[in-house]
Design a protein around this ligand. Structure first.
Ligand SMILES: [Cu+2]
Length: 177
């Protein structure tokens, strides 16, 4: 019981002050923001740099449906992709512990056209050839998810290479070390 209390305390401290009382791994918090006044939905911070073994907790700031989903080619080879359920309630959380080094790109599917995406860099950036290569089946599953919200004309999935060629600022910035 004491152990549970202590580890909860350590998590709280780690989240608010970056203090990890004698522990190696840290917990980081990403706020899921629904800004109705400006019609913006976003992750804050958008880019997070952490160490292998660290945990990230996404916290929903409003009663609005959001999810945390990896691009099919947006995580390192051999790593676990991000795939949260929908967070619907205010204060609802989802957490993931990152074991592998590299770049994890994710987004919220329903608000993808608003630019609701984020990046977690674990230890170091991934080189272009270090990303997971999705199978046809994985691509199909992702497209099916997209089609729940968007028509083919409305929103097409752009594979990594095309997104880069398109000049997504976020990726340009991290393209080279
Ligand atoms: Cu969202």
């Amino acid at each position: 019981m004491l152990r549970v209390l202590l580890s909860a305390l350590v998590l709280c401290l780690g989240a608010s002050q970056g203090v990890a009382a004698g522990q190696q791994s840290k917990n980081h918090v990403v706020q899921i923001v629904s800004d109705y006044d400006n019609l913006r939905m976003y992750f804050k911070p958008k880019v997070l740099v952490i160490q292998p073994g660290d945990t990230v907790t996404w916290v929903n700031q409003a009663a609005k449906d959001h999810n945390i989903v990896s691009y099919p080619d947006g995580f390192p080879k051999g790593a676990q992709k991000l795939a949260s359920p929908y967070l619907k309630m205010k204060g609802q959380e989802w957490k993931h512990t990152f074991g592998k080094k590299g770049t994890f790109e994710y987004h919220c599917i329903p608000h993808l056209p608003m630019g609701m995406h984020g990046t977690v860099i674990v230890g170091r950036h991934s080189a272009a050839n270090e990303f997971h290569e999705p199978t046809a089946k994985e691509m199909q599953a992702y497209h099916t998810k997209l089609r729940e919200f968007f028509d083919e004309e409305e929103f097409k999935y752009k594979p990594r290479k095309k997104r880069k060629a398109g000049g997504a600022k976020q990726h340009k910035k991290h393209a080279h070390k």
